[in-house]
Design a protein around this ligand. Structure first.
Ligand SMILES: Nc1ncnc2c1ncn2[C@@H]1O[C@H](COP(=O)(O)OP(=O)(O)O)[C@@H](O)[C@H]1O
Ligand SMILES: [Mg+2]
Length: 333
């Protein structure tokens, strides 16, 4: 074991403040009683890694599943794409699945919400860390290595991803490159990801088409009527993307930021559960919770990790389990 600190249980009370400071700086502290280790204080990142590891070990080996590739998209902004992508990724990781998370929006709100842009010197701010290189040649270059964040492998975004659209506008044949690069990465992994989750940009451009075509399932978060106005645009794009991903399907609508007491949300839900349910199933609602989502953003952590007991985190877990059912993936107990 690396150099963990130790503290005698009798001394803990007087050293509590310094001990907690050490833990929050990333140290593990073993508490000793009668000269034997009896407990440990560990940073939360270690705790989450442990929870994910235990959940993964619990999932039996027989439950082999092919990688599920999910793209979160909506041709409108602010519907909750990045939030749903992040929360879904981490609730799946907590259930024991191995998860990859791609930020494919040059605005990088997902990357920022995970704190990866906080340090001006962060590699996440460099073009090399993004998927942009896979579009730089006719034959896709391999993906760069991901950045592990609390048990999930993340491919970050930054504004250099804007260049992908100029490349694809000149040569649309490269729109299949991201899908192919992900295929190659999965094929080279001894234990491939159970889930690949892609967060996308709202503008309907060729990069969005390439992003959607890298998945097999399209998940559409909707938080208002505006989020449905551009649905036909999204569906047209799915048709184009099917040229690259023939089995791509609209798998679910996720009602997000829902306040059931608000009239226009009642109208939205009626519309979703009426006419639109013929297009795709509707998951249970994720409620609107400014307090929880606000502090998650501030803490640079997914709500399911930092505020697991809140109603909105419970909604996210319920939505995730519902989605697993739609994907015919065995749901862990
Ligand atoms: N369920 C929710 N409750 C409260 N705020 C939310 C919820 N979902 C998203 N938000 C907030 O709404 C804003 C837009 O969400 P975001 O995920 O960035 O949308 P998009 O990626 O579609 O542009 C963000 O400030 C986010 O924190
Ligand atoms: Mg976003």
């Amino acid at each position: 074991m690396e150099s963990d600190l130790s503290c005698k249980s009798a001394a803990l009370r007087s050293h509590l403040y310094t001990t907690l400071e050490q833990v929050s700086a990333g140290q593990r502290v073993v508490i000793e009683r009668h000269a034997a280790p009896m407990a440990a204080l560990i940073p939360m990142a270690d705790y989450w890694a442990l929870m994910m590891h235990r959940a993964r070990a619990r999932r039996s080996k027989e439950e082999f599943m092919p990688t599920q590739r999910l793209v979160i998209a909506n041709a409108s902004g602010g519907e909750g794409k990045s939030t749903v992508a992040r929360e879904l990724a981490y609730s799946l990781a907590l259930l024991g699945y191995k998860v990859a998370l791609f930020d494919l929006d040059p605005q990088a709100s997902l990357t920022k919400a995970l704190g990866l842009h906080d340090d001006p010197a962060s590699p996440a701010r460099q073009e090399e860390a993004t998927v942009s290189r896979v579009f730089s040649r006719d034959e896709p270059l391999p993906l760069p290595d991901p950045m592990p964040v609390h048990g999930v492998d993340v491919w970050p975004a930054n504004d250099t991803l804007n260049s992908v659209d100029s490349i694809l506008n000149n040569d649309f044949s490269r729109a299949s490159n991201l899908r192919e690069a992900i295929d190659a990465r999965l094929a080279a992994m001894p234990e491939p990801y159970d889930f690949v989750i892609l967060d996308t940009k709202p503008q309907r451009t060729n990069f969005l088409t390439a992003s959607v075509a890298a998945a097999d399932h399209l998940i559409v978060p909707v938080s208002g009527i505006k989020g449905l106005e551009n649905l036909d645009i999204l569906l047209k794009m799915v048709k184009v993307a099917r040229g690259i991903a023939p089995t791509l399907k609209l798998t679910a609508f996720v009602p997000n930021r829902i306040r059931e007491d608000v009239n226009h949300h009642k109208v939205l839900l009626e519309h979703l559960h009426g006419e639109l349910s013929q297009l795709a199933p509707i998951t249970p609602n994720v409620r609107d919770s400014l307090a929880t989502m606000g502090s998650a953003t501030e803490l640079r952590l997914p709500a399911v990790l930092c505020k697991p007991k809140t109603k909105v985190s419970e909604d996210i877990v319920t939505m995730t389990r519902h989605l697993l059912g739609l994907l015919h993936v065995p749901v862990p107990a």
